[in-house]
Structures are given as C-alpha cells and as structure tokens.
Design a binder for this molecule. Structure first.
Ligand code: CA
Length: 447
C-alpha cells in the first residue's frame, strides 16, 4: 500500500497556497529588501506568498519574543550575516516561529495582518545582496563540466589526475558580487592575438555565463581549527543561485599558471532569496555513485550520513532572452536543464575541505559549486560547453550565439519538487549584458 502524503501546510496568506506559488509556507527563504516608496533602509525579510514579512518590524512588535536578544538584534541588521552566525538551533527556532505566525491556524494571524508595517508586496520591494560577503570561493564540483571543458583543451586526458581526490577551487572576488537584475558591463581586458601576434586591450569578444549554486557559511570556524566532515553540513545556512560571468578570451590568455583572475572578477550575479537548508531537507539525496575504479573520498571527506543524503535534488535551468527576442515579444528560450545532484562533491565536503588546512570561514562567506553541468547534452551549464560541438546556439528569429552579445539577458532558475510536497523555488538570478564602457583615455587625470 502506498502511503498517502500529508497535505502541505497552509498559510492564512492565500497566495502562499496556490499550486504554482514560489513562496509557500514550507519555503520561507530569507532576503534583504527595502521599500523605495517608504524610503525604508535595507532589512531582513522572509518571503511568503506574494509578500515579504519584515523581520525588523516583526521583532519590533514582539513577535519574535523569547527567541533571544541576539536573534532580535540580527533581525534589525542590514544584512543576514548576524543571523547566519547564530547557528542551526536558532535558525530552527526562528523558522518554527515564522511557520506558526504564518500558518492557517495561527492564533496571531488577525493581529499580524493588521500591523501596518509588517508586510511589503514583493512587487514593491527592491532586493539587495543577502549578506556582506567577505570571502567568496568558487569550486569546480561538477565532473561533467570538468570533463566537457577539459576535453576542449586535452582531448586525450580531459580530467586532471587530482580531480577525483581533491575538490578543486579558487578564491573569487567578493567586492564584485551583484544582486540579480543588476546590469553586467562587458569587461575590457587583454585579448590574445592570433598565434605569434601580441595581445590587444579591448572589450571581451567571448563573454559567457556559468550556471552555479552558492552556499552561505553559517557560524565560522577559528583560524587553525578545521571543521570535521560530520559537522560541516550543519554549518551551512542556505543556498542561492549564482552566475559566474566569464570572459573566455581574457581567461584563456591569463589563466596560466595561477588560474582565473580578470576574466572572472568583473561581475558575479547572485539571486536575492537564500533558501535555507532546513527547507531543502525533504529533497536531500545520496551523491551520485562513484564510477568503478574511482577512489573513495579520503577519510576527512567521508561521512556515512553525508554519503547517504548529502546531495540536493534541485532542477536548475538557464534561459536566454536577446534584445531582439525581447523587442519581438518572444519568451526566453530554455537552453540548459541540469540538476544540483550531479555534483561530484557534496556541499559538506566543500566546506570541510575548505577548512581542512585551518582556513577560517566567516558567517556569510560564499562557497560556489562551479558550473553545474549534468551528463546529458542539454544539461551543459555554460556557452563554452554548449557550443563546444562547433555549432553556435540557435535562437528564435534566426539569431545564433557562440558567445553573449550586448542586450542578451541570462536567467538562472531552479526548484525542488517531489510528489506530495510543495514546490520549493530556488529563485531567479537574472543579468543582462551592457555595452563595454569607453576605453580609458591615455592621459593621466589629476586627483
Ligand atoms: Ca565558475
């Protein structure tokens, strides 16, 4: 006999109960928003249905009473770092309180609905980066991406010999993280010339996107104190979508011997709503089985519980919308459907590895997965892979793309879905390419 799944919990906010709601009661992602009409300062909020519950207002009205003064203060900060620092026990208590306040049976629903400043319509809100990110690391955790890209450069040995032993990553640039919707200015840089010719300086001609997810570190670890793999998952607050915009020509010229630099750090877009690990709990799955002959993870990366359900089953998609498509009223075109479960390393393994040498993570540090490509041809998470077969991407109306052109918008989205459970959206991460800025004059400006 098949068990009948319990009905999803319902909210007194009707829009949260719609079948296609992005923000049902079971979701409750956190973000930082402001209300330009009310000239409110950036503050934490939680998304529910078609609106945002203002956590600063909730704290101000005593709705979070009893959860501790640290949490009360964290809800009044202009970024989520203080909330992230409080750890899983407080996160759980806050989630339980918010679920109670917003559920259909809440005894406080009527009082809450009458508070004039408690809710802001999502449509009126301006979203900000969820946290002040001081450390941003980008991994390379999809073996399918590593093989597809490696094949372009080393057809007979796509994977480097270290790949199956050590999670590969590099330190990215935190200052150029931008929130979804902000324009991405085409970068200028050194562009390699034809063989034997010198490079030139100018706008990138090979601009690409990368479909990624990114995990926010919760409580930090002291310098010199690695986080064991068994406790690493509990240190992760939540996940966003991330677009690691990449100028392949600049990257190709500069990456040896030290790796990515100016081809990557001109802009990195992040979705505004942080999906908590608690909301993702029903969608945890085992990581993909390792191929015969692959080494087992070294003991410091091996944990039975992490092997049992350390991966996340989340569909990830990429759509593209060119300026001409937008002008013609054509809908964005789906160009990739992948899944977060395809990664070779779990989020806990990434965090444990990052701290394994004693490196200290701080609350709000961001650990991105690297391009999340899957095994199928339609699950390639960047143009470098999509066009690697030699044919550019065909767009409606006769356009084609080997690389992004000015006016192109890239939209990352994602969701978790299982029978009997509400759909949990991973949100959207959008960015449109703006023309390169005029090149700097050769005259020296006085300051
Ligand atoms: Ca990347």
């Amino acid at each position: 006999m098949t068990a009948v799944p319990a009905a999803p919990p319902r909210s007194w906010i009707a829009e949260a109960n719609l079948e296609d709601a992005d923000f049902p009661l079971a979701h409750l992602p956190y973000g930082v928003f402001s209300h330009p009409l009310h000239k409110s300062s950036p503050r934490p909020g939680v998304a529910i249905g078609d609106r945002i519950l203002d956590l600063a207002a909730a704290a101000g009205h005593g709705l979070l009473a009893g959860l501790g003064s640290d949490l009360d203060q964290a809800c009044r900060e202009p970024a989520l770092n203080a909330l992230m620092a409080l750890g899983p026990r407080v996160w759980s208590a806050l989630r339980a309180r918010l679920t109670d306040l917003l559920s259909e049976n809440s005894s406080r629903a009527a009082a809450l609905a009458r508070l004039p400043d408690a809710f802001t319509p999502l449509a009126d809100a301006v979203m900000h980066l969820p946290a002040l990110v001081r450390g941003y690391t980008d991994f390379y955790a999809s073996i399918h991406h590593a093989e597809n890209v490696g094949r372009l450069f080393r057809p007979d040995q796509p994977l480097m010999p270290n790949y199956k032993w050590v999670p590969i990553g590099y330190h990215g640039r935190a200052s150029s993280l931008i929130v979804s919707g902000a324009p991405v200015v085409r970068p200028c840089g050194q562009i390699p010339g034809p063989p034997g010719q010198p490079p030139s300086y100018g706008p990138s001609r090979s601009l690409d996107f990368e479909l990624e997810a990114a995990f926010f570190a919760g409580p930090g670890n002291a310098l010199g104190e690695p986080v064991p793999i068994s406790g690493a998952g509990a240190r992760i607050f939540g996940v966003c979508l991330l677009n690691d915009w990449s100028a392949r020509d600049i990257q190709r010229w500069e990456y040896q011997p030290l790796g990515p630099f100016l081809g990557k750090n001109f802009a990195t877009s992040l979705s505004p709503w942080v999906v908590t690990m608690e909301a993702l709990e029903p969608y945890r799955v085992p990581p993909p089985p390792r191929a015969a002959g692959d080494p087992a993870p070294l003991p410091y990366l091996l944990d039975a519980e992490d092997q049992r359900r350390g991966a996340i089953d989340a569909v990830l998609e990429v759509h593209i919308l060119s300026a001409r498509m937008r002008a013609s009223g054509v809908a964005p075109l789906l160009i990739c459907r992948s899944n977060l479960r395809h990664l070779y390393w779990t989020p806990a393994q990434l965090l444990a590895h990052h701290t394994s040498n004693g490196c200290n993570l701080e609350p709000g540090d961001l650990l991105a997965t690297g391009t999340v490509s899957g095994p199928a041809p339609d699950a390639r998470g960047c143009l470098l892979e999509i066009a690697s077969g030699g044919s550019p991407l065909a767009l409606p109306g006769g356009e084609s793309r080997a690389w992004l052109e000015d006016g192109d918008e890239v939209i990352l989205s994602g969701y978790c879905q299982r029978p009997g459970l509400p759909r949990i959206s991973l949100g959207r991460c959008r960015g449109a390419v703006a023309s390169a800025l005029p090149q700097p004059a050769s005259t020296v400006r006085e300051y």
